[in-house]
Write a protein that binds this ligand. Structure first.
Ligand SMILES: O=C(CO)[C@H](O)[C@H](O)COP(=O)(O)O
Length: 242
């Protein structure tokens, strides 16, 4: 990986540091996205080099396919029951280690896996660290049935948060049709700018029947490993907060 671009070097630095957290016999959750993919590659290298015994669950079909192609055995979350550690990427990380996730459309499974783990660790490059969540669009997974009515209800919630008129867009897939999640749902991306009250916004979105899950990960992540383009890493821990 010597010809990596600076952003990839940062992801690789964070991924290597996360691989060092893995202990023999662990049950691991594997995230989704480009940073999580670097982690999966580095993990597979360590497993091959050390003959490490691990049990892994993936947060998406894409990650399961990648891990399997690298020789890692993937089991379902139900087979594993509960996980010791989940390593995943993020679209934004705030100073309280609250996150926006779902840029890859996998935030539903990612949240299920992260909250079924003793510990969630996020790996990211420095560009993902923000003062306030919301510059990155907030993905909301929506059931296709009645999706336009659900969109109206989401817009009503945004009105109540002083976010009236902010663009909300159905996500398209690579072929131009609607993006479909691994669960067969669609995604509405909310372009909000600064989210003043993520807790309340999350609660209000979750109260809508057609909303399956939003991409706000609040009080879930315990450690963020932030990689720099020079290969350095900074660790932000939840205990450091406050
Ligand atoms: O939440 C995610 C996928 O649903 C990803 O972790 C997030 O989008 C970050 O991806 P990348 O590492 O490619 O920037």
């Amino acid at each position: 990986m010597s010809d990596l671009k600076p952003a990839d070097l940062a992801k690789d630095a964070a991924a290597r540091a996360a691989v060092a957290l893995v202990e023999p016999g662990m049950k691991l959750g594997l995230g989704t996205g480009s940073t999580a993919s670097v982690f999966v590659r580095r993990l597979a290298e360590r497993v091959a080099a050390e003959g490490l015994e691990l049990r892994c669950a993936a947060t998406s079909k894409a990650t399961a396919d990648l891990a399997t192609s690298l020789g890692l055995k993937i089991e379902t979350l139900d087979e594993l029951g509960w996980l010791d550690l989940t390593i995943d990427g993020a679209d934004e990380v705030d100073p309280d280690l609250n996150l926006i996730k779902g840029g890859g459309g996998a935030h539903l499974r990612e949240k299920i896996v992260a909250t079924a783990s003793d510990r969630m660790v996020v790996i990211a490059d420095k560009m993902k660290v923000v003062e306030h969540l919301g510059e990155f669009h907030l993905p909301v997974e929506v059931v296709p049935f009645g999706k336009e009515a659900t969109k109206k209800l989401i817009e009503r919630v945004l009105d109540g948060h002083g976010l009236a008129g902010r663009p909300v867009k159905w996500r398209n897939g690579p072929e131009g049709g609607p993006f479909l999640t691994d669960e067969g749902n669609v995604i509405l991306d909310l372009y909000l700018g600064r989210i003043a009250d993520p807790e309340k916004l999350g609660r209000d979105l979750s109260s809508i029947a057609g909303v399956v899950e939003h991409g706000l990960f609040l009080n879930i992540c315990q450690l963020a490993i932030i990689g720099g383009e020079d290969g350095s890493v900074v660790e932000l821990e939840r205990e450091d907060i406050g």
